[in-house]
Design a protein around this ligand. Sequence first.
Ligand code: PRP
Length: 211
Amino acid sequence: MKTMLNVALPKGRLGEKVYDMFEKAGFECPSIKETNRKLIFENPEKGVRYFWVKPSDVAIYVERGAADIGVAGKDILLEYEPDIYELLDLGFGKCRMAVAAPNDFRDNPQQTLRVATKFSNIAKNYYASLGRDIDIIHLNGSIEIAPILGLSDVIVDIVETGTTLKENNLSVFETIVPISARFIANKASFKFKNEQITKIAQSLEQQIENI
Ligand code: PRP
């Protein structure tokens, strides 16, 4: 029997695109295209098993070996610093991590800055590098509301098109880091399933070049 390669796919449009790339790499699993509520799909002939997980959970599955490989956003890798191999920048799912605030915000460097974010570690590391005192307010979503209601001075969040900021009268003050989707592997899997993982990595690399 073939050893199964376990792949964690981020649920959503990005994940579907990623699956198509894995299919082109020779790891097809047609049942995944059936519309149902199943979360795990496998093709024993190709030795591959896919599962849909929340995008922010992919790295945990890979770090703990429940998945051998997966695709995760750089934002998640920077925030949680999972002990995995980052094999490839896929060059899509592009956005940036930025500091944003109400359009009329004026910073007072003498005062502790109140920062609302889902990405507490990224925010802490960023302001530590500037030597700035901050007060982190950890939120789980709709971060843009925080400075409008006076809960925070600024936010640290993902900006893609900028529409959410614009529609809430906020603007980017500083860009912290560019973000994109990364192909990641479990460290032990990379050693023991190296042939399959390398085959996929090479195919993905070629597919990106041809875009
Ligand atoms: C992200 C982010 C912003 C929005 C930015 O939220 O937190 O709210 O996308 O995109 P834009 O620049 O194209 O407007 P997401 O949709 O991931 O959901 P969330 O509220 O759970 O963070």
